[in-house]
Design a protein around this ligand. Structure first.
Ligand SMILES: Nc1nc2c(c(=O)[nH]1)N[C@H]1C(S)=C(S)[C@@H](COP(=O)(O)OP(=O)(O)OC[C@H]3O[C@@H](n4cnc5c(=O)[nH]c(N)nc54)[C@H](O)[C@@H]3O)O[C@H]1N2
Ligand SMILES: Nc1nc2c(c(=O)[nH]1)N[C@H]1C(S)=C(S)[C@@H](COP(=O)(O)OP(=O)(O)OC[C@H]3O[C@@H](n4cnc5c(=O)[nH]c(N)nc54)[C@H](O)[C@@H]3O)O[C@H]1N2
Ligand code: SF4
Ligand SMILES: [Mo]
Length: 743
């Protein structure tokens, strides 16, 4: 037996940042376990941690650049790949302008600090308004709320779960997702601790989730009706004199318009539309508002939602006016060792909204990005500024954005597409060139984004576990390689917008690649951060984090109050009468009328999603260990709805929406409320021309072949992925045997 070496690092697959101990023998991963000495995760890991090793060794993972000729791929050198990519992009933007080149950044971009830093620079060089990311199928409404209330899109509150006594969750399933915009590994333990100290956990969700199972109370919610419920909660807080402003009183503004806006939304008025009995809601509001330490928290189910903006804003505002804000056990703000918000404000980059709108549908930008729900139409609708080339980074939008089918049809018609990705999957198969970066264990890791969203302040740096081979490139090196080449083209053609930057980048890339290493930027950011130089000799730097005694991470203590000082609003005031949100009450009021007046279509159902412990959006299904066992891509349906349609347990049915249809097996269960069906997203791996041997054998169907790109929250275009109207019917016997997956 060879020598076993144990490495300590963080898992970067989701937001929980669990500490792992990885045992290796030579260049093989032998085992992955939880690291008990990690101050944050204290030994907790989920089954996905093992996927780090599986993906690292996956024979399907791409390691060299690929170029496509027709349906065949062949390897090319890095220089060839980068040169050709830059030349094609340059050509297209010379002919059609910068907006003809689109870019999509997927979720793992945020879990990779080198990629994150360089993608920002790359976007500057690209100068395109056709930028998209997973943000608009995820947390955009929370960022919009932060921009409008706190003056900064990334100053986001997180629930202080470890000290709260009343944790009210809307549309989140942290027991499975491991917490989101709330990095908190080991959620089961944390929820049990709330209950053990006499506190309460209450879950509002159309499905009795794994989290709801562990809660004190689960309330079924009609999908899409949360803004009504939240408005009613605020109504009760005002009506029953439960407003407590505490230390915020001098900074707070706009209470009267806020009170007026929820006047009509009593619990009684919204009960029929939401399915939540008025007495239940009143009781919960009182219990939350009167608790010493309470917090409302909302996640994906109220974000990718028809009223995503209003829901996220109401949650924030309710915490603020009920005295559960910036206070122990309430909604609090982490103090990350690298404070990107502060950095952003020094550079005058606090975020913006509605500076321009999308070409086809006129939806406002957010933070310089357009909604992913508009991506396909920006490609397949002819005209000036039509997207003709696309760069994807760590994204699989064919499976992850609404009406993936339309995108799947639009991508092959592009003049050029390049994908920076480790797999040949449903999206990257359409690229002309794939540039595959190193994977997690081959590069260092620092959670630039998620320390700022964690329920406790900690810091940790993980050095690379395996050295990359000379043939490999890191994500940031790929961005740097493309950037310098694009700038060189610009300089040559006399189009350089920033000649000095272009020269500097070229000089550095020609002579000292090492200077570009993002670890240098990280060191600087740590030093200028809140725990850096200003702490004198104790101050944090990369060298401190690299010390042996710090390799498991450093605990920097519980979240601390910081408001109103941390407000980035011009006048340092917290104004809760946010104009675009108050204006959206018109639409909310209409939804109430519609809910009362419309007789439901006889066989109409509302589709929601669900996450599963062994999956990570669309891209961990090539690990045998994670996909083995029964088919998990099932449509959960209430027994009443199944009976009405004569559908049996396990039977394969057709699910149809405005945009498409899929065929999936039914799991009959009363865990969903009547009228609601649930299908997980991230499946649908039956595509031709992918290189995902394991995933193909567990293909499932894509929920986003049903979600509708036209359904968005108009405030900033967040896709409305939950509560999509569908019909479900039995298959004729002959079709059942013919159809596998999506027709
Ligand atoms: N195992 C696993 N973990 C993950 C991921 C994964 O794919 N797998 N993905 C990661 C990512 S990218 C993210 S963003 C996070 C997401 O983290 P979470 O938001 O905690 O995860 P979801 O399971 O999407 O939870 C959304 C919940 O909203 C409910 N819901 C749907 N519609 C409505 C509605 O109209 N109202 C209400 N009140 N509830 C509704 C759903 O039933 C579901 O329980 O998870 C992360 N963690
Ligand atoms: N119906 C429905 N749709 C959803 C959701 C839902 O709940 N329901 N959830 C939404 C949410 S919250 C999110 S975040 C999005 C995710 O949407 P996407 O980010 O578009 O999709 P992922 O499945 O996360 O794809 C990640 C891609 O990154 C690649 N990858 C992994 N690691 C690396 C790396 O280190 N470098 C590079 N360059 N590539 C890498 C993988 O191979 C994969 O192709 O999906 C959204 N879509
Ligand atoms: S919860 Fe699982 S996937 Fe997320 S960081 Fe921890 S081990 Fe990794
Ligand atoms: Mo996400």
């Amino acid at each position: 037996m060879g020598v076993h070496v144990t490495h300590v690092r963080s898992c970067n697959l989701c937001e929980a940042m669990c500490g792992v101990r990885i045992e290796t023998e030579g260049d093989r991963v032998v085992s992955i376990r939880g690291d008990e000495a990690d101050p944050f995760s204290q030994g907790y890991i989920c089954p996905k941690a093992t996927a780090l090793g599986d993906i690292h060794h996956d024979p399907d993972r791409l390691r060299r650049p690929l170029k496509r000729s027709g349906t065949r791929w062949h390897e090319i050198s890095w220089d060839e790949a980068l040169d050709e990519t830059a030349a094609r992009i340059h050509q297209i933007r010379s002919e059609h302008g910068p907006h003809a080149v689109g870019m999509y950044l997927g979720n793992p971009s945020v879990h990779n600090y080198g990629a994150l830093l360089y993608s920002v620079l790359f976007a500057k060089v690209l100068r395109s308004r056709s930028r998209f990311s997973a943000t608009s199928v995820d947390q955009l409404p929370k960022m919009l709320t932060s921009l409008l209330l706190y003056g900064h899109q990334i100053v986001m509150s997180v629930p202080d779960v470890d000290r709260t006594d009343c944790f009210v969750i809307f549309g989140g399933n942290p027991v499975v997702s491991n917490g989101s915009l709330m990095s908190a590994p080991g959620m089961k333990r944390r929820l049990a601790a709330i209950r053990a100290r006499g506190g309460r956990v209450i879950v509002f969700d159309p499905r009795r989730t794994e989290t709801a199972e562990l809660a004190d109370e689960h309330v079924f919610v009609r999908p899409g009706s949360d803004a009504l419920i939240l408005a009613a909660m605020l109504h009760v807080i005002f009506a029953e004199d439960l407003v407590r402003l505490r230390h915020l009183a001098p900074a707070l503004r706009g209470l009267d318009p806020l009170r007026a806006s929820v006047q009509d939304f009593s619990p009684e008025a919204v009960a029929a539309a939401s399915g939540v009995p008025a007495e239940t809601l009143r009781r919960i509001v009182r219990s939350y508002a009167q608790s010493e330490r309470g917090v409302l928290y909302g996640r994906l189910g109220v974000s990718t939602h028809v009223f995503g903006g209003l829901c996220n804003w109401l949650i924030e505002v309710i915490n603020i006016v009920s005295g559960h804000f910036d206070r122990e056990g309430g909604a609090m703000f982490p103090t990350p060792a690298v404070d990107l918000a502060q950095l952003g404000s020094w550079l005058d980059q606090q975020g913006h909204h509605n500076k321009f709108t999308s070409r086809v549908r006129g939806i406002p930008e957010f933070g310089g990005e357009l909604p992913a729900a508009c991506m396909a139409e920006e490609m397949d609708t002819p005209g000036d500024k039509q997207i003709r080339a696309l760069i994807t980074h760590a994204g699989n939008p064919v499976l992850s954005t609404p009406n993936g089918r339309r995108l799947d049809a639009a991508l092959p018609r592009l003049d050029f597409m390049v994908a920076i990705d480790i797999y040949l999957n449903e999206t990257t198969r359409h690229a002309h060139i794939i540039l595959p970066p190193t994977f997690a264990l081959e590069h260092d890791h620092y959670d630039l984004a998620f320390f700022a969203l964690a329920v406790r302040n900690t810091v940790k740096y993980s050095p690379a576990l395996f050295a990359k081979s000379a043939e490999q490139r890191h994500d940031w090196q790929i961005f740097a390689g493309l950037m310098t080449r694009l700038l060189a083209h610009d300089a040559k053609s006399g189009r350089a917008k920033d000649v000095a930057l272009s020269r500097a980048l070229r000089l550095v890339s020609d002579h000292a690649e090492g200077f570009f290493d993002p670890a240098r930027a990280l060191d600087l950011l740590l030093r200028i951060g809140p725990n850096g130089l200003r702490r004198g000799r104790q101050g944090l730097s990369l060298a401190t984090l690299l010390r042996d005694e710090n390799r498991h991470g450093i605990d920097l203590g519980p979240l601390a109050p910081c408001m109103p000082q941390r407000l980035y609003t011009r006048d340092k005031k917290l104004d809760v009468a946010t104009p675009i949100m108050l204006a959206d009450f018109v639409r909310l009021r209409e939804s109430l009328v519609v809910a009362h007046e419309t007789t439901p279509i006889r066989d109409g159902l509302l589709l929601i999603g669900r996450r599963q412990l062994r999956s990570n959006n669309s891209w961990c299904h090539n690990s045998e260990r994670l996909v083995k066992g029964p088919d998990r891509c099932t449509l959960i349906m209430h027994p009443r709805d199944a009976a009405q349609r004569g559908i049996q347990q396990g039977e394969r049915v057709r699910v149809s929406s405005r945009v498409g249809e899929v065929v999936a097996p039914v799991a009959v269960s009363d865990e969903v409320m009547p009228g609601v069906v649930s299908l997980p997203h991230g499946y649908g791996h039956h595509g031709q021309g992918t290189r995902l041997r394991v995933a193909k054998a567990h293909a499932g169907v894509s929920a986003n072949d049903l979600t509708d790109e036209l359904l968005v929250d108009p405030l900033a275009g967040t896709a409305h992925l939950s509560g999509v109207p569908v019909t479900v019917c039995r298959l004729p016997a002959d079709v059942d045997t013919l159809r596998q997956g999506t027709p």
